[in-house]
Design a protein around this ligand. Structure first.
Ligand code: FE2
Length: 327
């Protein structure tokens, strides 16, 4: 990277096939400029390239001091905005156009590793986070490189890795009529699909290739189309564990859902619990926890990297936005 940013290392940092994970940037004091949004404009293409290789970039102290600055950076680097339709998490809009709160589920619960919206047919290519208020305790965002995840699963159970790759997966989730803030997957179908009526919800589900069944209390049981669970990263030539399987298996538990029954292979079989638990235990050694500081901005290539949230105490405010690759 050129003179405006310089790389920094951190004890919590990990490594992946590209090197530092995440790659951490701070302002280069030698450049002797007041740091701000305009610097991202100049460096945009180089930063995007680094993101495609490393999968995760953290910017610390880089003059991003508000939701508007955060939005300004994403605009400056020409990340194409994507509206948040189809996601499971309760969240609020912060700016009119592209910034929302991160998942507002209860602080004492961990949000498990996932690729954003990998349970839908059109997941975003990028997800971004910005720290407005750091928690007093905990609340790190965890990242896990999906190229490493695929290699790990293959080393534990090559047959299961192949099954996931060949058969794909389906996700089943029951959504409430009104958002349930007591559940990490409690977003109502009205908010999830951004509609008011059942007829409009059905149109969106139809468009997304889902099957559905209305239940008592206007809850709806949805079944995703068969989705790929393994993809190919053309940049590194490696396979990625691109799916929402970990999140669904470990985290889709509430009064309406049971995680171990939320994922099915294309054949209809459920995941073998013992093998999958072993995979999760081994994965714990490969993930990286990034503790937040105010003004931190984290960019993730959602095709390459999963994220999770650790439990926390205090008034944590993390903002988020998603984007698609512009052609
Ligand atoms: Fe997420």
């Amino acid at each position: 990277m050129t003179t405006l940013f310089k790389e920094e290392s951190h004890a919590a940092q990990g490594r992946n096939g590209a090197g530092a994970f995440p790659k951490i940037y701070v302002p280069n004091d030698a450049a002797d400029v007041g740091f701000g949004v305009e610097h991202f404009l100049a460096q945009g293409p180089a930063l995007k390239l680094a993101l495609r290789q490393h999968g995760a970039l953290l910017f610390r102290g880089c003059g991003v001091n508000s939701a508007d600055d955060f939005e300004g950076v994403l605009d400056a680097v020409s990340f194409e905005n994507m509206p948040y339709v189809g996601g499971a998490a309760p969240r609020r809009q912060i700016t009119h156009r592209r910034i929302m709160t991160a998942n507002e589920s209860p602080p004492d619960e961990k949000i498990p590793l996932h690729h954003e919206m990998a349970q839908t047919s059109h997941p975003p290519d990028y997800i971004f986070f910005y720290c407005d208020t750091a928690p007093t305790l905990g609340g790190a965002t965890t990242v896990f490189d999906s190229r490493e995840a695929f290699d790990l699963l293959k080393s534990i159970d090559a047959a299961l890795a192949t099954q996931l790759e060949v058969e794909g997966v389906r996700y089943t989730r029951v959504m409430p009529a009104e958002t349930d803030p007591g559940s990490p997957i409690g977003r109502s179908w009205r908010e999830t699909f951004q509609v008011e009526t059942k007829a409009d919800a059905e149109r969106v589900m139809q468009d997304q290739g889902m099957r559905w069944q209305w239940l008592a209390g206007d809850e709806v049981r949805t079944e995703s189309p068969l989705l790929p669970a393994v993809r190919h990263d053309p940049v590194s030539g490696r396979k990625t564990f691109f799916n929402s399987v970990i999140a669904a298996f470990t985290g889709w538990n509430d009064t309406r859902n049971v995680g171990h029954r939320a994922v099915q292979l294309g054949s209809g079989a459920y995941l073998p619990s013992a093998v999958f638990e072993q995979f999760l235990a081994s994965a714990a050694a490969l993930v990286v926890n990034i503790p937040w500081q105010i003004g931190d901005m984290l960019w993730l290539d959602n095709r390459l990297v999963m994220h999770a949230r650790q439990p926390f105490e205090g008034p944590r405010q993390i903002y988020t936005a998603i984007a698609i690759e512009s052609e």
